[in-house]
Design a binder for this molecule. Structure first.
Ligand SMILES: C[S@@+](CC[C@H](N)C(=O)[O-])C[C@H]1O[C@@H](n2cnc3c(N)ncnc32)[C@H](O)[C@@H]1O
Length: 216
Protein backbone atom coordinates (compact mmCIF):
# COMPACT_ATOMS: atom_id res chain seq x y z
CA UNK A 1 0.00 0.00 0.00
CA UNK A 2 1.31 3.38 -0.95
CA UNK A 3 2.06 5.49 2.10
CA UNK A 4 1.84 9.20 2.30
CA UNK A 5 2.49 11.16 5.44
CA UNK A 6 1.53 14.77 5.47
CA UNK A 7 3.36 16.91 7.97
CA UNK A 8 1.96 20.23 8.97
CA UNK A 9 3.78 22.98 7.20
CA UNK A 10 3.14 26.24 9.00
CA UNK A 11 2.16 28.77 6.38
CA UNK A 12 5.26 30.70 5.43
CA UNK A 13 6.26 33.01 2.60
CA UNK A 14 7.96 30.18 0.67
CA UNK A 15 5.00 27.80 0.89
CA UNK A 16 2.54 30.49 -0.20
CA UNK A 17 4.82 31.57 -3.07
CA UNK A 18 5.42 28.01 -4.32
CA UNK A 19 1.83 26.85 -4.02
CA UNK A 20 0.56 29.95 -5.82
CA UNK A 21 3.04 29.30 -8.66
CA UNK A 22 2.58 25.52 -8.90
CA UNK A 23 -1.21 25.48 -8.59
CA UNK A 24 -1.23 26.23 -12.34
CA UNK A 25 2.24 25.05 -13.36
CA UNK A 26 1.82 21.55 -11.87
CA UNK A 27 -0.63 20.82 -14.71
CA UNK A 28 1.80 21.73 -17.50
CA UNK A 29 5.06 20.86 -15.71
CA UNK A 30 5.76 17.44 -17.24
CA UNK A 31 4.79 18.63 -20.76
CA UNK A 32 7.11 21.66 -20.68
CA UNK A 33 10.10 21.17 -18.36
CA UNK A 34 11.86 18.54 -20.51
CA UNK A 35 12.83 21.43 -22.81
CA UNK A 36 14.92 23.26 -20.20
CA UNK A 37 15.48 21.25 -17.01
CA UNK A 38 18.40 19.30 -18.48
CA UNK A 39 20.30 16.48 -16.81
CA UNK A 40 17.69 15.17 -14.41
CA UNK A 41 18.02 11.50 -15.39
CA UNK A 42 21.75 11.80 -15.96
CA UNK A 43 22.50 13.02 -12.44
CA UNK A 44 20.85 9.89 -11.03
CA UNK A 45 22.79 7.61 -13.39
CA UNK A 46 26.01 9.38 -12.37
CA UNK A 47 25.21 9.12 -8.65
CA UNK A 48 24.87 5.34 -9.08
CA UNK A 49 28.60 5.21 -9.89
CA UNK A 50 29.41 6.54 -6.42
CA UNK A 51 26.83 5.14 -4.03
CA UNK A 52 24.57 2.09 -3.56
CA UNK A 53 21.99 3.73 -1.29
CA UNK A 54 19.63 1.96 1.07
CA UNK A 55 17.75 5.17 1.88
CA UNK A 56 17.28 8.10 -0.50
CA UNK A 57 15.84 11.59 0.01
CA UNK A 58 14.80 13.95 -2.79
CA UNK A 59 14.23 17.56 -1.76
CA UNK A 60 11.61 19.38 -3.84
CA UNK A 61 10.44 16.22 -5.59
CA UNK A 62 7.85 18.10 -7.67
CA UNK A 63 5.70 15.86 -9.90
CA UNK A 64 7.70 12.75 -8.95
CA UNK A 65 9.56 11.96 -12.19
CA UNK A 66 12.93 11.74 -10.42
CA UNK A 67 11.47 9.56 -7.66
CA UNK A 68 10.25 7.17 -10.35
CA UNK A 69 13.75 7.09 -11.90
CA UNK A 70 15.33 6.59 -8.47
CA UNK A 71 12.98 3.69 -7.70
CA UNK A 72 13.93 1.98 -10.97
CA UNK A 73 17.67 2.70 -10.63
CA UNK A 74 17.87 1.56 -6.99
CA UNK A 75 15.26 -1.23 -6.70
CA UNK A 76 16.24 -2.14 -3.12
CA UNK A 77 16.22 1.39 -1.69
CA UNK A 78 13.48 3.02 0.31
CA UNK A 79 12.83 6.54 -0.88
CA UNK A 80 11.43 9.75 0.62
CA UNK A 81 10.34 12.76 -1.43
CA UNK A 82 9.60 16.09 0.22
CA UNK A 83 8.00 19.15 -1.31
CA UNK A 84 6.42 22.32 -0.04
CA UNK A 85 3.64 22.43 -2.67
CA UNK A 86 0.54 20.24 -2.30
CA UNK A 87 -0.27 20.68 -5.99
CA UNK A 88 3.08 19.12 -6.93
CA UNK A 89 2.76 16.37 -4.29
CA UNK A 90 -0.67 15.44 -5.67
CA UNK A 91 0.91 14.85 -9.09
CA UNK A 92 3.66 12.78 -7.48
CA UNK A 93 1.20 10.67 -5.57
CA UNK A 94 -0.64 9.67 -8.75
CA UNK A 95 2.55 8.81 -10.64
CA UNK A 96 4.14 6.82 -7.82
CA UNK A 97 1.21 4.74 -6.64
CA UNK A 98 2.61 1.78 -8.61
CA UNK A 99 5.69 1.64 -6.32
CA UNK A 100 3.63 1.01 -3.18
CA UNK A 101 5.10 1.77 0.24
CA UNK A 102 8.70 2.06 -0.99
CA UNK A 103 8.15 5.76 -1.63
CA UNK A 104 7.09 8.10 1.13
CA UNK A 105 5.89 11.62 0.31
CA UNK A 106 5.94 14.47 2.80
CA UNK A 107 4.79 18.06 2.69
CA UNK A 108 7.86 19.58 4.28
CA UNK A 109 9.61 22.93 4.14
CA UNK A 110 13.23 21.84 3.87
CA UNK A 111 14.88 24.48 6.03
CA UNK A 112 15.94 22.02 8.75
CA UNK A 113 17.06 18.37 8.80
CA UNK A 114 14.37 15.73 8.36
CA UNK A 115 16.10 12.62 9.84
CA UNK A 116 19.72 13.19 10.82
CA UNK A 117 22.27 10.72 9.44
CA UNK A 118 19.63 8.53 7.78
CA UNK A 119 20.14 9.04 4.04
CA UNK A 120 22.86 7.57 1.84
CA UNK A 121 21.84 9.74 -1.11
CA UNK A 122 20.25 13.20 -1.04
CA UNK A 123 19.12 14.70 -4.37
CA UNK A 124 18.38 18.31 -5.21
CA UNK A 125 17.17 18.61 -8.81
CA UNK A 126 16.36 22.20 -9.83
CA UNK A 127 15.27 22.93 -6.28
CA UNK A 128 18.11 24.94 -4.68
CA UNK A 129 17.72 27.82 -7.16
CA UNK A 130 14.06 28.07 -6.11
CA UNK A 131 14.79 28.15 -2.38
CA UNK A 132 15.75 31.76 -2.03
CA UNK A 133 16.26 32.94 0.50
CA UNK A 134 17.13 29.74 2.35
CA UNK A 135 19.28 27.57 0.07
CA UNK A 136 22.19 27.72 2.55
CA UNK A 137 19.96 26.35 5.32
CA UNK A 138 18.75 23.63 2.93
CA UNK A 139 22.36 22.59 2.23
CA UNK A 140 23.16 22.54 5.95
CA UNK A 141 20.09 20.36 6.51
CA UNK A 142 21.17 17.97 3.73
CA UNK A 143 24.61 17.67 5.28
CA UNK A 144 22.98 16.71 8.59
CA UNK A 145 20.58 14.24 6.94
CA UNK A 146 23.37 12.40 5.09
CA UNK A 147 24.80 9.23 6.59
CA UNK A 148 28.57 9.01 7.06
CA UNK A 149 30.00 8.62 3.56
CA UNK A 150 26.61 9.49 2.05
CA UNK A 151 26.38 11.30 -1.30
CA UNK A 152 24.80 14.58 -2.27
CA UNK A 153 23.72 14.86 -5.94
CA UNK A 154 22.69 18.20 -7.44
CA UNK A 155 21.63 19.31 -10.90
CA UNK A 156 20.52 22.91 -11.27
CA UNK A 157 20.90 26.20 -13.12
CA UNK A 158 24.32 27.77 -12.74
CA UNK A 159 24.07 31.21 -14.30
CA UNK A 160 22.27 33.02 -17.11
CA UNK A 161 24.11 34.00 -20.30
CA UNK A 162 22.33 37.36 -20.43
CA UNK A 163 20.79 39.59 -17.79
CA UNK A 164 17.53 39.41 -19.74
CA UNK A 165 17.39 35.64 -19.30
CA UNK A 166 18.33 35.71 -15.60
CA UNK A 167 15.67 38.40 -15.08
CA UNK A 168 13.02 36.27 -16.79
CA UNK A 169 13.95 33.29 -14.62
CA UNK A 170 13.70 35.58 -11.58
CA UNK A 171 10.06 36.22 -12.52
CA UNK A 172 9.67 32.43 -12.27
CA UNK A 173 11.25 32.39 -8.77
CA UNK A 174 14.61 31.02 -9.99
CA UNK A 175 17.80 32.73 -8.84
CA UNK A 176 20.77 31.71 -11.00
CA UNK A 177 23.79 33.82 -10.13
CA UNK A 178 26.53 31.20 -9.88
CA UNK A 179 26.60 31.12 -6.08
CA UNK A 180 25.70 27.44 -5.60
CA UNK A 181 28.76 25.65 -7.01
CA UNK A 182 31.37 27.47 -4.90
CA UNK A 183 29.38 26.77 -1.74
CA UNK A 184 28.89 23.10 -2.69
CA UNK A 185 32.63 22.68 -3.28
CA UNK A 186 33.31 24.22 0.11
CA UNK A 187 30.81 22.16 2.10
CA UNK A 188 31.09 18.69 0.49
CA UNK A 189 33.99 16.63 -0.91
CA UNK A 190 33.55 16.95 -4.68
CA UNK A 191 33.47 13.64 -6.58
CA UNK A 192 32.21 15.00 -9.89
CA UNK A 193 31.26 18.40 -11.24
CA UNK A 194 30.65 20.00 -14.61
CA UNK A 195 28.81 23.04 -15.93
CA UNK A 196 27.57 22.51 -19.52
CA UNK A 197 26.03 25.25 -21.66
CA UNK A 198 22.38 25.09 -22.72
CA UNK A 199 21.19 26.37 -26.12
CA UNK A 200 24.65 27.62 -27.13
CA UNK A 201 25.15 29.60 -23.91
CA UNK A 202 21.71 31.06 -23.14
CA UNK A 203 22.43 29.66 -19.70
CA UNK A 204 24.74 27.19 -17.94
CA UNK A 205 23.49 24.41 -15.71
CA UNK A 206 25.64 22.21 -13.48
CA UNK A 207 26.08 18.76 -12.03
CA UNK A 208 27.63 18.28 -8.60
CA UNK A 209 28.17 15.00 -6.81
CA UNK A 210 29.95 15.10 -3.51
CA UNK A 211 30.08 13.32 -0.23
CA UNK A 212 29.71 14.40 3.33
CA UNK A 213 32.93 15.69 4.85
CA UNK A 214 34.18 13.54 7.69
CA UNK A 215 33.44 15.37 10.93
CA UNK A 216 30.78 17.59 9.32
C1 LIG B 1 11.68 23.28 -10.37
S1 LIG B 1 10.81 22.21 -9.28
C2 LIG B 1 11.84 20.74 -9.38
C3 LIG B 1 11.03 19.48 -9.24
C4 LIG B 1 11.82 18.18 -9.45
N1 LIG B 1 12.87 18.05 -8.48
C5 LIG B 1 12.38 18.11 -10.85
O1 LIG B 1 13.60 17.98 -11.02
O2 LIG B 1 11.57 18.16 -11.80
C6 LIG B 1 11.24 22.84 -7.65
C7 LIG B 1 10.42 22.16 -6.55
O3 LIG B 1 10.96 22.55 -5.29
C8 LIG B 1 9.87 22.72 -4.38
N2 LIG B 1 10.33 23.58 -3.27
C9 LIG B 1 10.61 24.90 -3.30
N3 LIG B 1 10.98 25.33 -2.07
C10 LIG B 1 10.96 24.25 -1.25
C11 LIG B 1 11.23 24.06 0.14
N4 LIG B 1 11.62 25.08 0.94
N5 LIG B 1 11.10 22.81 0.67
C12 LIG B 1 10.69 21.78 -0.11
N6 LIG B 1 10.40 21.90 -1.44
C13 LIG B 1 10.53 23.13 -2.00
C14 LIG B 1 8.79 23.35 -5.26
O4 LIG B 1 7.50 23.24 -4.69
C15 LIG B 1 8.95 22.55 -6.56
O5 LIG B 1 8.14 21.42 -6.59
Amino acid sequence: MFSETTQNVPTCVQSVKMERYYRLHSHIYDYTRWSFLFGRKKVIVMAADFVKPRRILEIGCGTGANLDTLAKTFPDASITGVDISDSMLNKSRRLLEKHGSRIELLNYNYNRPLRRGEYDLVLFSYTLTMINPGWQEALNAANADLSTGGCLAVVDFHRGGTSWFSGWMGVNHVRMEGELLPRLKQSFNPLFLSAPKAYGGLWQYFYFIGNKRIGA
